[in-house]
Write a protein that binds this ligand. Sequence first.
Ligand code: MEV
Length: 311
Amino acid sequence: MGTGKGYGKTILFGEHFVVYGLPSIVSALGVYTTADVKVVKGNGWTVNDQRPATPGYKEQKYAEVMQSIANIINHLKVDIENQRIEIYFAGDLIAASGVGASAAQCTSVARALSETFNLNLDDEKINEAAYEGEKAYHGTPSGIDNTASTFGGLIWFVRNLGAGKNTMDFLQSPRKMLIVVANSGITASTTEVVADVRRLREENPEKIEKIFGEYKKLVEAAKKALLEGDISAVGNLMNQNHKMLQQITVSGEINDELVEIALENGAVGAKLTGTGRGGLVIGLAENEDIQEKIVDVIEEKGYSAWRTTIG
Ligand code: MEV
């Protein structure tokens, strides 16, 4: 028997851009998915998924979940011929698009398998195994989600497009960032949205390279603002990042609507987070009263929202 956990995450800057080797900033959330692994007689493996989830999420992601676990079992060379593995997922992370639910699941199961079979995997190896799992969700994961899920904290992440290691630097902000996470309730396909961006880039290389160039400056400014605890600069840069995400067509109407609601109710900045075209939006609040007000209004409009702190 073994157990493991993987954090949820929120991308503050750079979803999609990160796939192309541009820097990004991600924060792990304080909530996580847990995996418990039991070994019984027989062969093969089973999954019992008790994670809280956005309606429809688990059904839509079922095939990818199963493939991701198969990838991890394979990668870790766990014997499933002479024993049967029962995997139970639970935890307080609500499985939804945008929150790193797939990476949290991959990380938790890699940790649980490591403990069950005394593999003694360190965080680097757990992260590698979780990355193999993430490949089931789309062919070219940047690695940002599994990195946040494995290591936690606030991270400056740059994907290495060659054979070398990704860059992962921990950031510490002198000011806590009060965040509202709003859930559109729509489950997006990362595979499809990432493929659409790739197509757009192939069809309009100049236009996309120009946006990439602007984004590069933006993310450097965001790092500086975070390190200085300059909340209004961070908020302003989040707004600009959201506009760039609109330009690369990954923001859906629902994302724009939630961003507007957050801004109209006092957020200093708001943007989609994660895959987009549904999923989640984050808003940055100056103080707890504003944070609470944004959550209340979003809930009044029929969406779910929760508060979290970053930095
Ligand atoms: C998904 O959380 C983030 C994306 O940038 C995909 C990736 O980085 O692998 C959309």
